[in-house]
Design a protein around this ligand. Sequence first.
Ligand code: C5P
Length: 232
Amino acid sequence: MGKDVIIACDFSSKEATMAFLDKFTEDSLYLKIGMELFYAAGPDIVREIKARGHKIFLDLKLHDIPNTVMKAMNVLSKLDVDMCNLHASGTISMMEAALKGLMREDGTRPLLIAVTQLTSTSEERMQKDLLINAPLNETVLHYAHNAKVAGLDGVVCSPLEAGIVKERCGKEFITVTPGVRFADGDVGDQVRITTPAKAKEIGSDYIVVGRPITAAEDPVAAYRRCVKEFVD
Ligand code: C5P
């Protein structure tokens, strides 16, 4: 399975995104577009970025009744994204419906990845607000297993969890991991972090890197450093 560095394009407008992408004249990139940019710029941003030859992970985290998610996924598959995601808490039937919606007429589909428990959810909040009494780690692994049962390709998780997710769900089950920082870089608001080299060692398939690249003085050099540490 090919490893790749996904750049989180956490920009609020098309102009800012394109100005950032203009710096990369030689690289074919894998870009994560989240809710902020997608809602601000609309589906055209996906078409324009694809037209530049880049790949796209559309991070919209769908969660609704199965029929609605199936139809929404069908729209996303026609946008020609390479990877998209949903909340595993929507149940196995919702995930199965999503997969069905994603399938294109030619039999291909984007990768479908599940969010287990958001990293912003603490064990205490999960137990008190959501009335889930299991430990957080167990919930994460159980949701990952549900995603596998539904036929999904993998999960988004902390790089530190990538090893145990693979143990539970198999080595082909994809782990997409944010929370990556250079050893000598700013941590910012991330807590459970690791370096690109360490993420490779633990077994992440894709690392999602935002500010260490987007806020770097030389984003192209920072991107290439990530690739060197994680892929090469
Ligand atoms: O700038 P930074 O490298 O922290 O960006 C990480 C990206 O990954 C952001 O788009 C953030 O929303 C996303 N993310 C995360 N932790 C998760 C899920 C997504 O940091 N558990």
